[in-house]
Design a protein around this ligand. Structure first.
Ligand SMILES: [Zn+2]
Length: 310
């Protein structure tokens, strides 16, 4: 994935909480200083949550984080200073994420406008270790990236992208990071369209509403990718100059590694238990991302009305 060198970035779509407070209880504080406990938390939460790709329904299973100061303040001054153009995005991961978020929201703004609706911008919060959300309580990075429907914001600890490579053994890359963010914005779109209301919180299973919601978010991520190189943002130029076949292959690789069956087999009990599925199998996640990127049509992401989830 390559960004247009002279396209302008809009850092106001990100809230940078990483430098804030000093009162943030990170992993060490939560784990009592022991990696063992942190590992245990990770395991429990993954089981409960379905792992990467983030939350879809309701509040994340946040831990109560007494050590989190309630007044985490966003400070975007560093992002503003270093992330001005696509050239910066080609050099710097933070700026690449800003550019990606701009592109994703640019596409959905256009799409909503064309269908006579209004898209509401949703900021992405970058945090480290733990975060107090505006509407979903406290969460640690162990839950993975997530969207909070109650405050309509995306939350991500960027260390998740390292975890994707080290724990999930994904190839990774900027377009994988874009896929993850576009998935979370898929949940925002579902929230705006009212689709999220079709899911009973906590339900699991291979044909559950939860799986349908997650697969639709994968499909929406693909839809954005289909249009990304033709989606102009405020400066009039598309932010994304190129998405290669290698990029797409890496996204499909990541989709497979955050499938419920892969996680259960490789990071959980070792056995596949479909009744606990919350995000869909590896094959299904690949299938619906592919449907989105090939068709470019949100109407094709009809996971709630199909008998063939894949
Ligand atoms: Zn999700």
């Amino acid at each position: 994935m390559r960004f247009n060198e002279d396209a302008e970035l809009d850092t106001s779509q990100v809230e940078d909480l990483r430098g804030s407070g000093g009162g943030i209880g990170g992993r060490v504080a939560l784990g009592g200083g022991g990696l063992g406990l942190v590992g245990l938390l990770l395991f429990v939460l993954l089981n409960q949550f379905g792992g990467g790709g983030g939350a879809g329904t309701g509040a994340p299973p946040g831990l109560s984080l007494d050590r989190l100061s309630p007044g985490q303040q966003a400070d975007n001054s560093q992002l503003q200073a270093k992330c001005k153009t696509g050239a910066d995005a080609n050099r710097d991961q933070d700026c690449a994420l800003v550019a990606t978020i701009n592109s994703i929201q640019g596409y959905w703004s256009d799409y909503f406008a064309r269908s006579g609706r209004t898209y509401r911008q949703a900021p992405t919060n970058f945090f480290t270790g733990g975060v107090n959300t505006g509407g979903c309580g406290g969460a640690t990075s162990d839950v993975g990236p997530f969207y909070c429907p109650a405050d309509s914001e995306v939350y991500i600890d960027l260390s998740f992208f390292k975890d994707l490579r080290s724990r999930f053994k994904a190839q990774g890359g900027p377009f994988v990071e874009a896929y993850v963010l576009a998935h979370e914005y898929g949940h925002h779109v579902q929230n705006l369209l009212g689709t999220s209301g079709r899911v009973r919180p906590g339900e699991t299973g291979p044909t559950s509403g939860s799986v349908r919601l997650e697969l639709q978010a994968d499909c929406y991520a693909g839809v954005w990718a289909h249009h990304a190189t033709r989606t102009p943002t405020a400066s009039g130029k598309p932010l994304i100059a190129e998405i290669t076949q290698d990029d797409v292959n890496r996204a499909l690789d990541a989709a497979a590694r955050i499938g419920d069956d892969y996680i259960q087999k490789n990071l959980g009990s070792g056995r596949v238990n479909e009744s606990k599925f919350s995000h869909g199998s590896s094959t299904q996640r690949q299938k619906w991302f592919t449907t989105g990127i090939q068709s470019g049509d949100p109407a094709r992401c009809n996971t709630f009305d199909t008998h063939d989830l894949g």
